[in-house]
Design a protein around this ligand. Structure first.
Ligand SMILES: Cc1cc2nc3c(=O)[nH]c(=O)nc-3n(C[C@H](O)[C@H](O)[C@H](O)COP(=O)(O)OP(=O)(O)OC[C@H]3O[C@@H](n4cnc5c(N)ncnc54)[C@H](O)[C@@H]3O)c2cc1C
Length: 288
């Protein structure tokens, strides 16, 4: 399969990229790792007239501490998120999610910003970033704004990004001492994408009681969702296995997944409870 004809530009600064986006409007597409966009172009699902390659923009890679958040540049490839000492130490659930994406080639080319902007309902980062209460920095010619993960993912392949905006950074609040994070995924056996997955952030009081918890589920709808009944059942409780199991059993409440050729809706709902339990148990015992 060959893509339709397209133009190609490789700006050297964010300013230049924004000017090009402004000039070409809806006819332009930003190119990061190309691991979702190029296949879509080959299938003629996307036919941009102009590709604006972000690959030469300086300063959009790597992770650093910025105040009370971990800031990750949008062009950081999955392999670098997975292997970053900082991410592994402070947010192991995020490193875990990155390490489970695709294969080595995908992890070496695909970027966290591209994954988030693409908003595939079977992607990994949107789920763990929703659990971790991340926000996304979107820059346009008129300035920048930060949008929370829960507001950013709108529908299948649809986000809050405007046509003239570039996602430059992902910001994840650093959890307090005593917090644990984890990610658990049931991968599709052929594609490796998410069938069902769960991300968890658990903060324990010194007494062992659950001070705060966020659980996000992927694979049951167009965007990740918070398993609020599960969260409510854990709040203030001892994080004993039977309490976690009872709370996780509520993880699919309110979800209405579709049947597909690999998995039926009931199976997906059941697996959401299984993977929610795995993620919560790991986060509860994984405290940093
Ligand atoms: C074989 C294979 C297996 C895969 N398996 C998995 C998997 O298991 N889990 C998973 O989560 N993903 C998987 N992926 C997808 C992979 O993670 C992609 O890399 C990712 O979805 C897109 O990142 P990218 O950098 O390649 O973006 P691109 O393909 O370059 O871009 C994707 C979209 O995002 C936009 N975009 C990119 N960067 C920005 C930015 N900074 N600001 C605004 N818009 C931007 C582009 O315009 C485009 O619309 C797989 C891909 C392949 C090919």
């Amino acid at each position: 399969m060959f893509p339709a004809n397209f133009g190609y530009v490789a700006p050297r600064s964010l300013q230049e990229a924004l000017e090009l986006l402004d000039k070409h409007g809806e006819d332009a597409k930003l190119l990061a790792g190309g691991h979702s966009l190029i296949p879509a172009m080959k299938l003629r699902l996307a036919r941009p007239g102009c590709l604006i390659d972000l690959g030469r923009l300086p300063g959009l890679g790597g992770a650093r501490i910025e105040g009370d958040s971990l800031a990750i540049g949008a062009l950081t490839v999955h392999a670098d998120v997975a292997s970053s000492e900082l991410v592994r130490r402070r947010l192991p659930g995020l490193a875990e999610a990155a390490s489970l994406i695709g294969d080595v080639q995908v992890r070496n080319r695909g970027t966290i910003g591209g994954s988030v902007a693409h908003a595939d309902p079977a992607a990994d980062f949107p789920v763990i970033l929703t659990a971790l209460n991340a926000s996304f920095v979107l820059v346009s010619p008129s300035g920048s704004r930060a949008v929370s993960a829960e507001d950013f993912f709108v529908d299948f392949y649809t986000t809050a990004l405007a046509a003239n905006e570039v996602l430059t950074e992902i910001r994840v609040p650093l959890p307090s001492p005593g917090a644990g994070t984890s990610y658990a995924k049931l991968p599709h056996p052929a594609s490796g994408y998410v069938v069902v997955s769960a991300g968890a952030l658990v903060i324990r009081q010194p007494s062992g009681l659950c001070a705060s918890v966020r659980v996000a589920i992927g694979g049951l709808g167009s965007v990740p969702f918070r398993a609020r009944a599960t969260e409510a059942a854990l709040q203030g409780q001892q994080l004993a296995p039977e309490i976690i199991a009872a709370a996780a059993a509520k993880a699919a409440e309110g979800a209405d997944p579709d049947d597909d050729v690999y998995a039926g809706a009931d199976y997906k709902r059941h697996m959401a409870t299984v993977y929610a339990r795995k993620a919560i148990e790991a986060a509860a015992s994984n405290k940093r």
